[in-house]
Design a protein around this ligand. Structure first.
Ligand SMILES: [Zn+2]
Length: 661
């Protein structure tokens, strides 16, 4: 589908009738939405200054994730941005196509769809791209040519990357085609010339923050650190973190110093020290994540994708998530699984509702709604974890959501109405339960040495996400949530029903995101598919119905749904606890990966007719520091760009001179 979006952002006037713009534009399957951070203005100057320095550190590292995701990413982006910024003489039709492609490229950090992992291509001809590049060059643009290389040669070299969907087709492939393994079938830049067999017996010293390169038959770890890969960007991160330290609380300053040390040495022991310092800072009003964190990009589930988020605490919204965290042991004791997989004397989860001010790398422009870290199981068991719920992201999703999303896939008007009334509330609560008592819960058999992901390998992320979702779905109907003041008693049944219905519908609606093939790659999508398909196969909670040629997944029995979720949770807790790779693979393969392409085609036709997006990317707030004659920051202002292109060009320009191999 290629829908040119609604009115451009500049055509909208904020604050008419107090309504401000959330949905800015549509780009193909994507929606572009403005994120607001209303509480920022009320922070003391010291905290606003701290946020400013941390935001600079976030922007400084953005290109690391570009480098990790695809080796040709930055060269491709430079070509596109050179054209867009020198476009006066570029053919109008070509320019429109390049703009459309570049927006998708920015949203997805390269030419791979963030959900399907598949490549998307430029729709104009190679000739038209070349003409546009020459026009831009005449207008003063410079291109990322190698020494002695002409613009012609550069475009020829990149031509298959821009135009051929069969060259480097999949960024992360956990279900590879015959004859390939999960590494050789994945085109990300975490491995270079390395097969799974090459890694047998190889001792990895920098599991999270390196790429592995096979050179003259030998394996080498190419480490992201000062003096290593992307040194220029990492040195800039370090400078901004150093600038931030004087404005941080004492525990946060300790964590920032530990982070700087890790960036300097790249050693995993220093990463552990940083994780410990970060998780022990439980009360700072401003906080950040900055580093190599989540492992979804790596088919092996070992390498960390770089990301950064900067936020302040949203005090009004923190009650719910904090209350859940304070009672974590109560929920732990009631997990429907063998007692040996339950944590005793659970180290607390520190839980906070936050407003993010900036997200870059893997968490922006496409953002998570909840985060629970650190991922290091050993540190979690000894020191606990921190959970955050991204309140302003929840708000922006809710405000930009089109009502047809619910009505089209609900069996009855009552179901659609329940969704309208309760899905925002239930969604945020379920996310909180998922992060705090889901990911935060359980313990694994000592034989796994705190590393269940090494045993479950490419199935780990799906199993762990399913486990966290099931904990949330299982406890949602519990009267304890009423007792804790989290759910109003009068509406408890409606809230449970709305969440179960919405969760069930989603498995149908999410198929719109996978427009090619008949299998799902993304772990969260796999886990939702797995849960609903399993519940359909083992209980009577859900019926598949048709009306007027349209398919519906109808949740008809919340008790049966709850009972099924508990049963599946018990089994998944055992799989994680034992590191049962065979059983994990069987569950994921049977229920999580494959779908009927005819059903998908039906769903795609329905959402396209209604113009519903497949995913959302966010425009971040913009910060400006005002300085006095001595160069000291005297104020930090926040504003809202309402335009993706402006922001992306600004971020790219900020780091272009810092890039090193
Ligand atoms: Zn999760």
């Amino acid at each position: 589908m290629s829908r040119e979006g609604a009115a451009p952002a500049s055509a909208r006037t904020p604050d008419v009738d107090g309504v401000r713009p959330y949905l800015l534009e549509r780009v193909g399957e994507a929606a572009v939405v403005q994120l607001y951070a209303d509480g920022f203005r009320d922070l003391p100057l010291r905290e606003r200054t701290l946020v400013w320095h941390l935001a600079q550190a976030a922007i400084a590292g953005r290109d690391i994730f570009y480098d990790q995701r695809y080796a040709r990413n930055l060269a491709m982006r430079d070509v596109l941005e050179a054209i867009l910024t020198h476009a006066t003489d570029v053919d109008a039709a070509t320019l429109k196509e390049i703009q459309q492609y570049t927006k998708l490229f920015w949203l997805n950090t390269g030419p791979y769809n963030n959900l399907t992992a598949r490549k998307f291509v430029l729709t104009c001809s190679p000739r038209a791209l070349a003409d546009a590049a020459y026009a831009a060059e005449r207008a003063g643009a410079t291109f990322p040519v190698n020494r002695g290389e002409s613009l012609d040669r550069l475009l020829l070299r990149l031509q298959p990357m821009f135009f051929d969907p069969d060259v480097d087709p999949t960024v992360t492939s956990k279900t590879p085609p015959p004859g390939q393994d999960i590494l050789t079938a994945s085109t990300n830049n975490l491995y270079d010339g390395v097969s799974l067999a090459d890694l047998e017996g190889f001792a990895e010293h920098h599991p999270l923050n390196s790429r592995i390169v096979k050179s003259e038959g030998r394996l080498v770890e190419d480490v992201y650190r000062v003096g290593g890969r992307c040194s220029g960007l990492i040195e800039a991160i370090v400078r901004h973190l150093e600038d931030a330290i004087p404005f941080a609380t004492a525990p946060m300053a300790d964590a920032l110093r530990a982070l700087i040390r890790f960036y300097q040495t790249g050693d995993d022991t220093d990463r552990q020290q940083y994780d410990i310092a970060w998780v022990q800072d439980t009360a700072s009003p401003v906080d950040t994540i900055n580093g190599f964190v989540e492992v979804y990009l790596d088919a092996r589930g070992i390498k960390g994708a770089w990301e950064s988020l900067v936020w302040y605490v949203n005090r009004d919204k923190t009650f719910q998530i904090r209350t859940i965290a304070e009672h974590a042991q109560w929920f732990e004791d009631r997990l429907p699984c063998d007692p040996k997989y339950k944590k005793r004397g659970a180290r607390g989860v520190t839980a906070t509702a936050i407003d993010v001010v900036i997200e870059a790398g893997e968490s922006g422009p496409i953002t998570p709604v909840g985060i629970n870290l650190p991922n290091d199981q050993g540190i979690r068991e000894r020191y606990g974890s921190k959970s955050v719920s991204l309140s302003n992201v929840h708000e922006a999703y809710d405000k930009s959501m089109l009502p047809e999303f619910r009505t089209e896939f609900s069996w009855t008007p009552e179901e659609a109405e329940r969704g309208k009334q309760w899905s925002a509330f239930a969604g945020e609560l379920t996310t909180n339960l998922h992060e705090v008592i889901g990911h935060g819960s359980g313990q694994v058999d000592p034989k796994l040495q705190g590393n269940p992901h090494l045993a479950l390998r490419e199935h780990y992320s799906t199993i762990e996400e399913a486990r966290a979702d099931l904990v949330a779905l299982f406890f949602l109907p519990d009267p304890k949530l009423v007792e804790l003041g989290i759910i109003p008693e009068d509406h408890h049944d409606d809230i449970v029903r709305a969440e179960y219905e919405g969760y069930t519908r989603n498995v149908l609606v999410q198929l719109r995101r996978v427009r090619q093939g008949s299998q799902i790659e993304e772990d969260h999508m796999r886990n939702r598919q797995l849960i609903v398909r399993w519940v359909m196969a083992h209980t009577n909670a859900i019926e598949q119905r048709t009306r007027d040629g349209k398919t519906f997944f109808v949740m008809i029995d919340p008790r049966a749904f709850h009972e099924g979720a508990g049963r599946l949770l018990g089994e998944i807790q055992r799989i994680k606890g034992e590191g049962d790779y065979e059983a994990a693979g069987a569950l994921v393969e049977t229920y999580g990966v494959h779908f009927d392409p005819a059903l998908r085609d039906e769903v795609v036709a329905r959402v396209d007719r209604l113009g519903l997006p497949s995913y959302t990317g966010f425009v971040m707030p913009r910060l400006d520091a005002r300085r006095n004659d001595a160069g000291e920051i005297v104020d930090v202002d926040i504003s809202y760009p309402l335009d993706l292109t402006t922001q992306m060009l600004e971020y790219s320009a900020a780091t272009r001179h810092l890039r090193t191999p």
